[in-house]
Design a protein around this ligand. Structure first.
Ligand SMILES: Nc1ncnc2c1ncn2[C@@H]1O[C@H](COP(=O)(O)OP(=O)(O)OP(=O)(O)O)[C@@H](O)[C@H]1O
Ligand SMILES: *[C@@H]1O[C@H](CO)[C@@H](O)[C@H](O)[C@H]1NC(C)=O
Ligand SMILES: *[C@@H]1O[C@H](CO)[C@@H](O)[C@H](O)[C@H]1NC(C)=O
Ligand SMILES: *[C@@H]1O[C@H](CO)[C@@H](O)[C@H](O)[C@H]1NC(C)=O
Ligand SMILES: *[C@@H]1O[C@H](CO)[C@@H](O)[C@H](O)[C@H]1NC(C)=O
Ligand SMILES: CC(=O)N[C@H]1CO[C@H](CO)[C@@H](O)[C@@H]1O
Ligand SMILES: CC(=O)N[C@H]1CO[C@H](CO)[C@@H](O)[C@@H]1O
Ligand SMILES: [Mg+2]
Length: 525
């Protein structure tokens, strides 16, 4: 019996040391690593965290490893910084001076409540429920209060046991259904400490000053796990969009069903392209796969913009000429950034959107815009001069498809053709905006492009007849010719709509034209 035990221990030790050999690491006490003698191996730090669950008042202590790849920022993990870690809910201490150095760390919370761990909290409840009346041991006369306590306490204890057992059982079944994410991470993932007092903006800025590709996966996951969904704000082809809250900040959560795993993965992948972050591209925060036991939910978390999509905004309100120029310039700037290839190690590939439309552009609170919905985007692989995924030619929204896309004549071996199809859609979006430009109290009602030529959910055939055979384009109202800004806008959109894709303006050219127009308008005021 004892020899069996010692041989198990010996092989465990061997395993740990072998593992350690490959990682060259530090051994840490790990409270959730029962199968590895409560030990994890790291190339970074050991840490201990004390955290307070606000709603229940339960205090828990966690002992884990913090690997280098999860350092955030890369150089030195914020978790271990003495400056930013004081919060009432979470306190972390790190060490790397010796193996198991973390087991003796006892981080205490900023506001001293009760520094008991979960188990002792439970016992405190038990004892305090017993009538504290030593001299009354033999007497029969209990007050009604005490009597109530005596009756209630076994019930309360049973309730506590049932609750704990249920939550353990739930945790167990949840673990069983977890998708393989990145197996080494699963040790630390459930409650990786990210500290309070740091806003999403701060965190993202700290990491993006480096590669510009976003937060480490583990940090993304812990943010996702702390989000509360508040209300549903929209439904699209791939799922629902919710407003959620993370530590008092609004975030948008796009929830994909498990059937749409590929779309979720692709969109998250595109958003995390190095150097993609830009004022006029929807800000990506995190992606996570969550499991509730029977169903996997795939989350994509981005900045939330309360004014909603450009479609929502234009339908609700009008813009003045300055507003129109600011809006169109911001969209052209975002698209030019997407399309641009930046060479170098910190470079960015050229990206084509392929689903540009007013519903996929968000309006920020200062009425500049951000391009979202990158799920159908393609990246240019310069080495092979090809697109980075196998193509399915006709994707996107039929109403906004360029003639060559409708006819399936697009040259997929030439990356610029995808950019030109984007520019065509950009022209349609500009038309939607210009109609809502209020000059002297005159403006048009909100309409989608081709509203007067096709039905509400047009087929490819219908669109092909209108756009390719009849070569129709949205009509330009006469009033646009008598206003300088609207006149320039109408010229720009016509040059986005050419049947001949090669003749269309580039996003960069449009950006420059609109910037000049904006400067000229400013001079007039
Ligand atoms: N980051 C965000 N902030 C605020 N509202 C948003 C955000 N993202 C999406 N929405 C809202 O949710 C709606 C649904 O978005 P979603 O992209 O899922 O569908 P869609 O664009 O309407 O259609 P499609 O599936 O064709 O893209 C949007 O129209 C917009 O009103
Ligand atoms: C198990 O881990 C503890 C520290 O948590 C260590 O002291 C002990 O030596 C380990 N035992 C074996 C067999 O590795
Ligand atoms: C999990 O989520 C799905 C879809 O949202 C729902 O139908 C199901 O009832 C949920 N299951 C549990 C155990 O919460
Ligand atoms: C709009 O806000 C962004 C930051 O969200 C800022 O960078 C930009 O300059 C602002 N633009 C205008 C026109 O105010
Ligand atoms: C504008 O919004 C209203 C109300 O939500 C909606 O019924 C209408 O269809 C929208 N307009 C267009 C052109 O889609
Ligand atoms: C350096 C240090 O504090 N080591 C401690 C790590 O944890 C073990 C087990 O709790 C202690 O015995 C060590 O003293
Ligand atoms: C049209 C519209 O809803 N505009 C709102 C955009 O957001 C700002 C605040 O961020 C509101 O003041 C506007 O009313
Ligand atoms: Mg969309």
């Amino acid at each position: 019996m004892s020899s069996y035990r010692s041989s198990v221990l010996l092989s465990l030790t061997l395993l740990i040391y072998l593992h350690r050999g490959t990682v060259h690491g530090l051994l840490c006490h790990c409270d959730i690593c029962a199968d590895r003698n409560f030990t994890c191996v790291t190339d970074g730090y050991c840490f201990t965290s004390t955290s307070l669950q606000k709603d229940t008042g339960v205090i828990t202590r966690a002992y884990r490893c913090l690997n280098k790849k999860n350092f955030f920022p890369r150089e030195f993990p914020i978790e271990c910084s003495v400056y930013s870690r004081q919060t009432p809910e979470m306190q972390v201490e790190c060490c790397n001076n010796s193996d198991w150095c973390n087991s003796s760390l006892v981080p205490s919370l900023a506001t001293p409540i009760t520094t008991t761990t979960t188990t002792t909290t439970t016992t405190t409840i038990h004892t305090s429920l017993m009538p504290e009346n030593p001299q009354g041991q033999g007497t029969v006369s209990l007050g009604t209060w005490e009597l109530a306590l005596v009756i209630a306490s076994p019930i309360v204890i049973v309730c506590i046991i049932v609750t704990v057992a249920y939550s353990l059982w739930q945790q167990h079944s949840r673990r069983k259904h977890q998708l393989p994410y990145r197996s080494e991470d699963s040790i630390e993932a459930p409650d990786h400490p990210i500290l309070g007092g740091v806003s999403l903006r701060d965190m993202i800025e700290m990491t993006t000053s480096g590669s510009g590709s976003g937060l480490p996966l583990l940090v993304q996951r812990s943010i996702a796990r702390q989000i509360q969904l508040v209300e549903i704000i929209g439904k699209g082809r791939f799922g629902e969009v919710w407003r959620g809250r993370w530590r008092g900040e609004n975030v948008a959560v796009k929830i994909f069903s498990s059937r749409e795993e590929r779309s979720w993965f692709r969109e998250a992948e595109i958003y995390q392209t190095v150097m993609l972050r830009h004022d006029n591209i929807l800000g990506f925060i995190a992606a996570d796969n969550k499991d509730n036991g029977t169903w996997t939910q795939l989350w994509l978390i981005t900045d939330y913009h309360e004014n909603g999509s450009l479609f929502d905004y234009l339908n609700r309100s009008t813009v003045d000429t300055t507003g129109m120029i600011r809006m169109t310039l911001s969209i052209a700037t975002g698209l030019a950034h997407l399309h641009m290839e930046i060479v170098g190690t910190q470079g960015k590939p050229a990206i084509a959107h392929r689903d540009l439309k007013s519903k996929n552009i968000l309006v920020k609170s200062n009425t500049t815009c951000a391009i979202g919905d990158l799920g159908l985007a393609v990246r240019h692989d310069v080495a092979t001069d090809t697109v980075d995924i196998p193509l399915n030619n006709r994707v996107g929204t039929k109403r906004y498809m360029a003639p060559e896309v409708l006819e399936e004549l697009i040259n997929i071996n030439h990356f610029d053709s995808f950019k030109r199809a984007d520019v065509y859609a950009l022209g349609l979006i500009f038309w939607e905006i210009a109609r809502r430009c209020n000059v002297g109290g005159i403006y048009d009602d909100y309409q989608l492009p081709f509203y007067d030529m096709v039905q509400s959910d047009p087929t490819i055939e219908e669109m092909r007849k209108v756009v390719c055979l009849d070569r129709q384009r949205p009509s330009i109202p006469n009033r646009w010719q008598s206003n300088e800004a609207l006149h320039v806008m109408s010229k720009v959109m016509k040059e986005c709509w050419y049947q001949n894709a090669a003749a269309r303006l580039t996003a960069l050219r449009i950006k420059k034209t609109l910037a000049n127009l904006g400067a000229a308008e400013d001079l007039k005021i």
